[in-house]
Design a protein around this ligand. Structure first.
Ligand SMILES: Cc1ncc(COP(=O)(O)O)c(C=O)c1O
Length: 431
């Protein structure tokens, strides 16, 4: 139980008087209370079901836009946008007080606790970073890797989880090896096959294995527990996971045995403000991994993932709004979200199978796939086709031309209208 004199609400009411700081904190608490009230009994959720049309109304997406690109960047729910605007307004009433006065420390720690609950770890294992790429830069600089050590990843790795290693390797003397993931195996793949593909690439020099949880090209769901266990059994010392695509889309249990670090970008599927990331850094590596940023006051966070975030001047309004995004996200039960995404996945795959001129390039089974889906085009150039889809039909998808793919990536979120996906295939069938 928190001490009433030091907790936020205790501080507000203690002695019945509010000083300048107390008044400032009272307005912050009021915004948070209003936000909590707005999602307590939301219009989009009844006891039995979620009304996805109603949920879609909670976003500012333009009415005629068919937005199928959450894997690039997501949308922030309106209640979160409003809370964020209010936080910023409060900050600006006394910039010094709100940045350095300490009143936002507890709300920020509540954000961390909410993130830890979402990801299944301790609050002290969560760093509030800026994005996925930042955490991989921290790893490239801060892990004890040197001469003779190898960092291994596949061609499914995003540059945000690869380039930092290539940049730092010549300075530190370690090597980086990327192998081509066999994309032709993806549609019919199994967990055992994915593990075997990585197993064959591990050498006795491999010290760090980097994996996407869900890759951004074909949306293959990597079996984290099996891969991490296999890597450890084969002498790999560190396993780092890129969960930029899965946070907010699929349940993630970051504390899988053998996984040291999980970096995420909640601005895609979780509806969080752009410019904020969440990273899990296991207590196992707090002593080993050196921070990339160093700043005053950091020593107090010695054995905590807080040492991997920047405690200099921060945009606290965004940090608090990240907490609200998590609360908004939690208004939908994980099983309801997964069932809906699975339904959209199956609808998309069926439409692809029934449409001429395109072929499914993602896993056939939902258990191996995700809401990141790739459809390969037999004709035309996917970059040109996606431009045309946007300009003529307001459909937003992302083209890919890697490893022989000429694909459109379709990434609907839970509130996407099925009709938007149907329209996409209708256009493909007529082109
Ligand atoms: C799988 C994956 N990893 C990393 C990133 C980089 O994310 P950020 O720019 O938020 O660091 C992306 C962005 O699309 C991604 O899809």
């Amino acid at each position: 139980m928190r001490d009433q004199r030091t907790s936020r609400r205790g501080f507000l009411t203690h002695g019945g008087k509010l000083g300048v700081a107390g008044l400032a904190l009272a307005s912050l608490t009021r915004v948070q209370d209003l936000f909590a009230e707005s999602i307590r009994d939301p219009a989009w959720r009844s006891q039995e079901a979620v009304d996805f049309d109603e949920l879609r109304q909670q976003f500012s997406l333009a009415g005629d836009l068919r937005y199928l690109n959450h894997a690039s960047i997501g949308a922030i729910p309106v209640p979160v946008q409003q809370a964020r605007t209010e936080y910023l307004r409060i900050c600006e009433t006394n910039p010094w007080l709100h940045m350095w006065g300490g009143q936002w420390d507890e709300p920020r720690e509540e954000v961390r606790a909410g993130a830890a609950a979402l990801l299944g770890c301790q609050a002290g294992e969560i760093a509030i970073t800026h994005n996925t790429t930042e955490m991989f830069n921290t790893l490239a600089h801060g892990l004890p890797l040197g001469e003779g050590d190898e960092v291994l990843f596949s061609s499914l790795n995003h540059p945000g989880a690869s380039l930092a290693f290539e940049h730092v390797a010549p300075v530190r003397g370690y090597s980086v090896r990327q192998f081509d993931y066999p994309l032709e195996s993806v549609p019919g793949t199994t967990n055992a096959e994915v593990v075997q593909i990585y197993r064959e690439q591990i050498s006795d020099r491999t010290r760090l294995l980097v994996l996407p949880h869900v890759d951004n090209t074909v949306g293959l769901r990597h079996p984290l527990r099996e891969l991490a266990t296999m890597a450890r059994d084969n002498g790999v010392e560190f396993v780092a996971v890129d969960a930029a695509q899965s946070i907010g889309m699929l349940p993630i249990n970051v504390a899988e045995p053998g996984v040291d670090v999980v970096a995420t970008s909640p601005h895609k599927w979780l509806g969080a403000p752009k410019g904020l990331g969440l990273a899990y850094v296991s207590v196992r590596v707090h002593e080993t991994l050196r921070p990339m940023w160093v700043t005053w006051g950091q020593q107090r966070w010695k054995l905590s993932a807080r040492r991997y975030e920047d405690y200099g001047t921060r945009n606290l309004a965004e940090v608090l709004a990240l907490g609200d995004s998590i609360k908004f996200h939690n208004t939908i039960a994980p099983a309801t979200r997964e069932n809906r995404l699975r339904e959209l996945f199956e609808r998309t795959r069926t439409l692809c199978e029934n449409t001429g001129g395109c072929r499914w390039a993602s896993p056939n089974e939902w258990a191996m796939g995700s809401a990141v889906m790739a459809v390969n085009l037999d004709h035309g150039n996917s970059a040109g086709v996606s431009r045309q889809l946007f300009e003529e039909h307001q459909i937003v998808v992302r083209p890919f031309a890697v490893q022989g793919l000429n694909s459109l990536r379709i990434s609907p979120n839970v509130y996407t209208d099925r009709a938007d996906i149907e329209k996409l295939f209708d256009v493909i069938s007529r082109s």
